[in-house]
Write a protein that binds this ligand. Structure first.
Ligand SMILES: [Zn+2]
Ligand SMILES: [Zn+2]
Ligand SMILES: [Zn+2]
Length: 343
């Protein structure tokens, strides 16, 4: 792999990033620079563990044993409102977003929820059973479908923070859902970029990219019948991963229970490999899918993006949106493939 820095453009959003392997050798003089750290020094009792149900708001969804009572034991997965929500279900007054002045604003109406993956205190998603992992993906689907019934909402963001550096405040494996009356910027950028590509070329950019990636193979980390995991061509972080359905599918909600299990098994293997290669990095994953009211566009293709905190964004990244990565995605994919546990 060449040491020449390279500029790469993400084919969907047009975001430019830099791959600069030589930067990996820069001298580090400050302690505490390592961005990886997962949670340590946790406090107990953990409010997400079985038996602590009284420490969370009342559940809005759960997978439970037949006959067990809501907000008591007997659950395998629970969804509860976030105790510290960024959005509110009932704002004082709901007003549609309007541009009456140069400073546009609207009440942050929506639901902020926490999806607790399992009753046991598991802090690494790879320790979830295949069934538990599958149920996380099933519950994403169920909750997105349920929230779509609230006509005020335009979008449901689903994401996971693993480790303090990635923004998690509790170690117990969990995901979050934040629904909003607007479509967040990065997703809108992807939708616009993908629509523009489709208008010019007559194809879904993700389908075209997958065709090319599967033919090249250099960034493919693992694949199953319906899904493929790749290192991103133009990553923001070293080891950034994208997981996509191989066939064109605009909406995540269309995932079947069988596909949810397949996705869980694939992602678990890839996460084990990532944990191994990068010594338990903190990471986020997030789901990008067509917004609630935008049908089934031929140009958009749902996917999961995973950003390990392999570096700490600084002035160039925050100020100008141009990320510098020291490990080329082709090199990262090779390492990840070599560390994959057997399927
Ligand atoms: Zn716990
Ligand atoms: Zn597609
Ligand atoms: Zn995306």
């Amino acid at each position: 792999m060449s040491e020449q820095p390279e500029l790469r453009r993400d084919p969907i959003t047009g975001r430019w990033v830099l791959i600069a392997p030589a930067r990996a050798r820069r001298p580090i003089a400050l302690t505490g620079h390592a961005p990886h750290a997962r949670t340590n020094g946790e406090r107990f009792p953990c409010p997400f563990c079985a038996g602590q149900e009284a420490d969370t708001p009342d559940e809005v969804f759960a997978y439970r044993e037949a006959g067990s009572q809501p907000n008591g034991p007997g659950w395998s997965l629970r969804i509860v409102p976030n105790m510290y929500p960024a959005v509110q279900v009932e704002p004082a007054e709901f007003v549609a977003i309007s541009a009456v002045s140069v400073l546009e604003s609207a009440p942050a109406v929506g639901y902020a929820e926490v999806l607790i993956d399992c009753p046991q205190h598991i802090d690494n998603p790879t320790q979830l059973s295949n069934q538990q992992f599958r149920d996380v993906f099933r519950a994403y689907r169920e909750r997105m479908q349920a929230l779509a019934a609230d006509s005020r909402l335009a979008h449901v963001a689903v994401f996971k923070n693993v480790g303090a550096e990635a923004g998690a405040s509790l170690g117990h494996s969990h995901s979050q859902l934040i629904s909003t009356p607007i479509v967040p910027e990065l997703l809108r950028k992807e939708l616009t970029g993908a629509e523009e590509y489709h208008r010019r070329r007559g194809h879904c950019v993700y389908c075209n990219m997958l065709e090319r990636e599967l033919a090249d193979g250099v960034r493919v980390v693992a694949r199953s019948e319906h899904f493929v995991a790749l290192t991103a061509f133009a990553p923001r972080f070293a080891y950034e991963l994208w997981v996509l359905p191989v066939g064109h599918q605009p909406r995540y909600e269309a995932i079947s229970d069988g596909e949810a299990l397949e996705l869980a098994v694939l992602l678990k293997r890839v996460l084990r490999s990532l944990d191994d290669c990068q010594h338990l990095p903190a990471y986020n994953w997030f789901l990008h899918t067509t917004p609630l009211r935008e049908g089934e566009p031929p140009y958009y293709h749902w996917h999961l993006e995973l950003t390990p905190r392999t570096s700490r964004p600084a002035g160039f990244e925050w100020g100008f949106g141009c990320h510098i990565t020291t490990i080329a995605p082709e090199v990262a994919a090779e390492q990840l493939r070599a560390a994959l546990p057997p399927s």
